[in-house]
Write a protein of this length. Structure first.
Length: 215
């Protein structure tokens, strides 16, 4: 696992990696992913985030601690955490220096209450000029509290309701040739941070056998 940081009230967050050099926040691990449990995930077996949790012993405990923080966080705590994250960003020299936060690299939102709380947290960071973007398959929940304040959402599930106000992030075995194909380097690509209702395809990576999951 790469570098991470923590606020004084206990919110742990990743500082990304060479290809995703941003602050990263998860609400659950992939192991405990609610979208998978609800049958909303498009590739529950091929999940790259779950593979990381199986491969590296520190990853699952880190994400589980993040989930615990979000489960018990209050409005006051998320505001304090956002303020401190901006302060910490200012104090960093190079790593995750950009005002960008990516959410749900692993796992997903657990409830509507959590979406509403995250919207408040996101708005606080956005007041400092941050861009907030991420991924969810929770099309069964109301995502408009996030969409309406300008959080950029990439849906890993199909939805008519959200089709025009999100992007569709779709795992494929082979590129269709009709959509933008993710090259996996977010340093130079901003496609997930600009929502236009487009489809972004991502070729499944990780263990080859998992690719059998998608047709
Ligand atoms: S489409 Fe671009 S921004 Fe989105 S994950 Fe891929 S490289 Fe990153």
């Amino acid at each position: 696992m790469g570098n991470s940081s923590i606020t004084s009230n206990g919110l742990e967050y990743s500082l990304g990696n060479t290809k995703v050099p941003f602050v990263i926040v998860n609400f659950t691990s992939a192991t405990a992913c609610p979208a998978k449990r609800l049958g909303l995930c498009q590739c529950p077996v091929a999940c790259y985030a779950k593979q990381q949790e199986e491969m590296w012993p520190t990853v699952l405990p880190f994400r589980t601690r993040q989930a615990t923080w979000w489960e018990t966080a209050t409005s006051h705590q998320v505001n304090l955490a956002a303020d401190e994250m901006e302060q910490q960003r200012q104090n960093r020299q190079t790593v995750a220096k950009d005002k960008v936060l990516r959410f749900s690299e692993a796992g997903d939102f657990v409830s509507q209450k959590q979406i509403n709380l995250f919207a408040q947290f996101a708005q606080r960071l956005m007041s400092y000029g941050w861009t907030i973007y991420g991924y969810t398959a929770r099309t069964d929940l109301n995502l408009f509290p996030l969409i309406n304040i300008g959080v950029k959402i990439n849906l890993s599930n199909d939805s008519k309701t959200y089709a025009k106000v999100t992007n569709r992030f779709k795992a494929v075995k082979q590129a269709s040739g009709n959509s933008f194909l993710c090259q996996g380097d977010c340093r130079t690509c901003k496609v997930c941070r600009i929502v236009t209702g487009k489809t972004i395809e991502i070729a499944l990576h990780g263990k080859r056998k998992y690719k059998q999951e998608l047709s």
